[in-house]
Design a binder for this molecule. Structure first.
Ligand SMILES: C[S@@+](CC[C@H](N)C(=O)[O-])C[C@H]1O[C@@H](n2cnc3c(N)ncnc32)[C@H](O)[C@@H]1O
Length: 297
């Protein structure tokens, strides 16, 4: 088993290739996957990652990690995949091979401009799929919108304001109250395309209960892991390149959690090298789709 880069009371981060770690995980062990992959657009992550390869090569790689993430999901588990709409339409059929579609969540994006003969891009996509009927689905509510200057309510809800739930409005599949990226002055490391905490936070709250296990293959600035710590969910993460800033972020926000032994049994989620009778034989570096492969006798 790969040695963790660091652990907390709730989580474990591997400074490794996600495919390598996924390849050692058992099937059906995590409750939620949240993935925000590199988009192959030539972004400089300032960590040596090459974010511009042939599109076909990129898609082959995406297919591998997407199917591996589907495989490690429990029955009833959820998979949230953040992407541009153009990539999302290519990822969706791959997810659909093993999972059921729930939502195309649109996250409004401001401050962009139309390129070439195209419409003004105004949203990112968060694909939400589940492995069968979700075993957890928590309905989230947002506070009733108020004006940030006068504090008054902005909408009249078609004259039905008095019938509204005092806890707020149901979260819809259109998230217009947050921009996707953290402002650069709040980023934990230059170059990382760090999501606002609220995005993985909502995904985690919708799809897990206390103690649920969240897996994020692309650590980046560590937003998912912070969101999991905040809500007492367990987490497993991988980041191929530098990870020190993720450790620092968790240490800064959860000093009592850092370097502790995780409260959940991490080893139980991984293939036991001495007891492989229920483990699919794997070719190093290649993923094996769920239900396919040779059992070791
Ligand atoms: C878009 S960022 C993720 C940002 C993260 N969601 C956040 O909000 O902080 C993608 C990250 O994936 C990492 N990465 C790229 N290839 C990887 C691989 N094969 N395994 C693990 N991490 C990888 C990159 O180094 C980069 O930090």
């Amino acid at each position: 088993m790969i040695k963790p880069f660091f652990t907390t009371s709730h989580g474990v981060l591997y400074n490794a290739d996600c495919l390598e770690v996924l390849g050692q995980m058992k099937s059906g062990v995590v409750d939620t996957v949240f993935a925000d992959p590199p988009f192959n657009i030539g972004k400089d992550y300032k960590n040596g990652y090459n974010d511009k390869v042939e599109h076909a090569e990129y898609l082959v790689w995406c297919r591998q990690w997407i199917l591996e993430c589907c495989r490690v999901l429990k029955l009833g588990g959820s998979f949230f995949l953040y992407a541009t709409p153009e990539l999302a339409v290519q990822f969706a059929p791959i997810m659909g091979e093993m999972l059921d579609f729930r939502h195309w969540i649109a996250l409004s994006m401001k401050g962009t401009y139309p390129r070439g003969k195209k419409l003004y891009p105004a949203h990112y996509t968060l694909l939400y799929y589940t492995r069968g009927t979700p075993h957890v689905f928590n309905k989230l509510r947002l506070p009733i919108e108020t004006c940030r200057h006068c504090g008054g309510e902005i909408r009249d809800y078609g004259g039905h304001r008095n019938k509204m739930n005092p806890e707020g409005v149901n979260l819809s599949d259109f998230w217009s109250d947050t921009s996707p990226n953290r402002h650069k002055k709040f980023k934990v490391r230059p170059g990382v395309n760090e999501l606002k905490l609220v995005i993985p936070e909502r995904a985690i709250l919708i799809s897990t209960g206390l103690g649920g296990i969240v897996f994020d293959p692309f650590g980046g600035g560590g937003s998912t892991y912070q969101a999991a710590e905040k809500h007492h969910r367990n987490w497993i993460g991988t980041e191929l390149y530098d990870s020190e800033h993720i450790r620092n972020r968790i240490e800064e926000n959860y000093p009592f959690s850092i370097s502790k032994k995780p409260r959940f049994n991490v080893e139980e989620l991984f293939v036991n090298e001495n007891n492989q009778n229920e483990v699919l034989r794997r070719v190093k570096g290649k993923s094996v789709p769920f239900g396919v492969g040779t059992y070791i006798s």
